[in-house]
Design a protein. Structure first.
Length: 348
């Protein structure tokens, strides 16, 4: 359970979702040295290091490359993982930069990758970050507070059509147009700066019947703003093929998603890799057309009742895991132009 004191150490603040299941699925690929070197586990969304700690404890041969765009998360994870010494490399980067991070560390082919998507416990618990709609806080929502557009910037500058598109696409909000119209009216009076004012607008704008049926009126809008501010779906679209490319044969990729947009993208990428591309009806598999992934989970696995009772944030989680079964040409990905010129890395 999350402790009441949001300033305690990482161990007391973070309940890793499906921890034991993830460790059980990744451990076989991390059990032995590879060509005389440690097997490498990449945690692309390190957060406060709960999953990484469990994997390192269960797999004493493994080396961790922990990636996160949140500098405070890296600091806390570094404290939590310090006991593992030189088995740990922590890197300030986005998870769609996994290929560049591994190249910088001279790592060629990894045995395990975890992407635990969405907002972290740290970001939800830090009230001044603006992720939580149940407290009045500055409308920031940046996972990396050193750069980028804030949620307030989106609300105060986007045109009506762009704002409605964000709310409809990323929040699956039925009342996106009405909310966008209300935001534009309100910002003419005074720019948005805090979450409390936005929540009050949503309470007034979304019909009461819908609020009774769908829960807190801020849920969908806050999700949409967070995804837009952090470019989450664009990052995931690039990160999934990059993670598959990073796997050595026998390596395994685990993805934890928390809403249907993330899970749909994950399902599409993993299913494509697990499907033959030979024309149907051929008696033999054409060279180079066999599947290069094997699915290890049936659909998106969900946490059990005990876990969701102890950790309500796990309720919407879906886990998909696949194993690399053969080499294949690298997946073509668009070149990103918004990557930082350098990234900060250190050993814990």
């Amino acid at each position: 359970m999350q402790q009441d004191d949001a300033r305690t150490g990482a161990e007391g603040r973070h309940v890793p979702v499906l921890r034991d299941r993830i460790v059980g699925l990744l451990s076989p690929a991390l059990a032995q040295d590879v060509d005389g070197r440690r097997p490498v586990y990449v945690d692309g969304t390190l957060g406060m290091g709960g999953h990484a700690e469990a994997v390192l404890a269960a797999c004493p041969q493994a080396r961790l490359v922990g990636i996160d765009r949140d500098t405070e998360a890296l600091r806390l994870a570094g404290e939590r993982l310090a006991a593992f010494g030189d088995r740990v490399d922590l890197v300030h980067a986005r998870y769609d930069e996994i290929g560049e991070v591994l190249e910088d560390l001279d790592v060629d082919g990894v045995q395990g990758v975890l992407l635990d998507l969405g907002v972290s416990s740290l970001q939800l618990d830090e009230e001044d970050r603006g992720f939580a709609y149940r407290v009045d806080a500055p409308l920031d929502m940046r996972m990396d507070q050193s750069t980028g557009t804030t949620a307030a910037d989106v609300l105060n500058t986007y045109a009506h059509g762009d704002l409605a598109r964000v709310l409809r696409t990323y929040g699956e909000e039925r009342f996106a147009k009405q909310i966008a119209s209300a935001v534009l009216r309100e910002r003419e009076v005074e720019p948005f700066t805090t979450s409390g004012r936005l929540v009050e607008l949503l309470r007034r704008t979304i019909p009461a019947a819908s609020q009774r049926q769908s829960g807190h009126p801020g849920k969908r809008t806050f999700q949409a703003l967070r995804i837009e501010v952090n470019g989450e779906l664009a990052s995931l679209e690039a990160a999934l093929p990059a993670a598959v490319d990073a796997l050595a044969v026998g390596g395994r990729l685990a993805v934890l998603s928390y809403h249907s947009l993330e899970d749909r993208l994950t399902k599409q990428v993993l299913a494509a890799g697990a499907r033959s591309t030979s024309p149907p009806g051929l008696p033999v598999e054409l060279p180079g057309h066999a599947p290069y992934l094997r699915l290890l989970t049936r659909g998106g696995e969900e946490p059990g009742d005990d876990e969701t009772r102890d950790n309500p944030r796990a309720a919407s989680a879906r886990l998909r895991v696949a194993e690399r079964v053969r080499t294949s040409p690298p997946t073509t990905r668009p070149t990103r132009v918004d990557r930082p010129a350098h990234r900060k890395g250190h050993r814990s």
